[in-house]
Design a protein around this ligand. Structure first.
Ligand SMILES: NC(=O)C1=CN([C@@H]2O[C@H](COP(=O)(O)OP(=O)(O)OC[C@H]3O[C@@H](n4cnc5c(N)ncnc54)[C@H](OP(=O)(O)O)[C@@H]3O)[C@@H](O)[C@H]2O)C=CC1
Ligand SMILES: CC(=O)N[C@@H](CCC(=O)OP(=O)(O)O)C(=O)O
Length: 339
């Protein structure tokens, strides 16, 4: 018998990806999967990709601590606010990985400013590739996995700032996300006829991942423009920053190469090759490339990942593997499914 895990919010996009990863994981064994409005359905009815698998008939039950508490580790893939409320009712003996934002921010004032309402308290931040985080995650019982844009941008930016290559107060990010990043609940701006055939900005100058990225990287100021892209999944971010001194492309590449030496899931592409979201789909991989803007001299890094993979469920399973003492890469793919 493997390690028992449960998923709260298994009917959503992130929850569905968790079920897919758990189904293919050599050690994890599902004990419960919960839903809200879709409680009573089978997992394969809600997620057709699971219909013909061993989890196809798995019953989604109502979200309740009793249904989840048998597990050694519980994944929470719930709307903001719901995960904190549920986590407070879970047994202390169960380890928990929250895919939502409730426990990511350390500063209560930042939480209230960007999300509103009372702060539920910070958990260990679930980005293993940040210095010191891998061992902290391995020793933690409660881990807050990253936001999808936050993972994409932090992996690109953190090494540049840590090496003193760029100015912390002058960071600009433009990033496009597939629609699954917005979750499965029906929203007018996500109608196919609104999304297909065009690209549109949203939450311009006011995205809730800005404080998370600042906290994770040490950036002092970030201008962030998110774009909704006509594709189901994937994020491509271009991060530019004013250099602290004259910086060459080779130096920027060297900093990223050194930072991610030996990392199984973060890859600096060969010089001249740029990240493509399609190459990361279904994998837990983040692809990076660095450059220096010829005209402005700004250092730039382009970063791509699957928002449901390294941006959500893959990241959560990577953290769970560490927390459970399993091989960090267990059950996680590094090769995407492009094209
Ligand atoms: N989508 C992404 O790319 C990423 C998502 N995340 C985070 O993961 C979490 C889940 O996101 P996502 O899967 O996209 O969202 P979805 O909207 O697709 O799924 C939400 C899930 O929560 C359940 N739910 C909704 N309302 C309630 C409630 N009041 N009480 C209990 N359960 C409820 C839904 O159940 P039902 O459908 O049965 O009503 C569903 O299972 C969020 O916190 C999100 O921020 C993090 C990184 C990336
Ligand atoms: C396309 C789209 O709408 N994406 C969402 C991503 C949010 C997310 O997944 O992250 P959290 O867990 O922090 O909510 C957004 O921009 O708000």
């Amino acid at each position: 018998m493997g390690t028992r895990v449960a998923v709260a919010g298994a009917s959503g996009y992130a929850g569905g990806e968790l079920l897919r990863l758990i189904a293919g994981h050599p050690e994890l064994q599902l004990t419960a999967a919960t839903a809200h409005q879709q409680a009573g359905a089978a997992a394969g009815q809600v997620h057709p990709q699971l219909a013909a698998t061993a989890l196809g008939e798995w019953p989604l039950v109502a979200t309740d601590p009793a249904a989840l508490g048998e597990a050694d580790l519980i994944f929470l893939a719930l709307p903001h606010g719901e995960s904190a409320a549920l986590a407070a009712r879970l047994p202390a003996s169960a380890k928990v990985v929250d895919l939502g934002a409730d426990h990511r921010l350390v500063d209560p004032a930042a939480w209230t400013e960007w999300y509103g309402g009372p702060h539920a308290g910070a958990w260990t931040y679930g980005l293993p590739e940040l210095p010191g985080h891998r061992s902290a995650i391995a020793g933690a019982d409660r881990v807050a996995a990253t936001g999808c844009y936050a993972a994409t941008v932090t992996l690109a930016l953190a090494p540049l700032l840590a090496a003193g290559l760029v100015e912390p107060a002058d960071v600009v990010v433009v990033a496009a996300s597939g629609t699954s990043g917005a979750g499965r609940a029906a929203k007018p701006h996500l109608l196919a006829s609104e999304v297909m055939g065009g690209l549109s900005p949203y939450k311009v100058g006011a995205h809730q991942h800005v404080p998370e990225i600042k906290q994770a990287t040490g950036a002092a100021s970030i201008s962030f423009t998110p774009l909704l892209a006509p594709m189901p999944r994937g994020i491509l971010a271009t991060v530019t920053a004013r250099p602290a001194r004259s910086v060459t492309v080779d130096e920027a590449r060297e900093v990223l190469d050194t930072a991610y030496q030996g990392e199984p899931f973060v890859r600096l592409l060969p010089a001249g090759q740029w990240p493509h979201t399609g190459a990361t789909l279904g994998a837990n991989t983040c692809l990076l490339q660095a450059g220096v803007d010829r005209d402005s001299g700004r250092v730039l890094v382009t970063s791509a990942l699957d928002n449901l993979g390294k941006g959500a469920a893959g990241q959560a399973v990577q953290c769970a593997n560490l927390m459970l003492g399993l091989p960090e890469t267990a059950g996680l793919a590094t090769i995407g499914v492009a094209p």
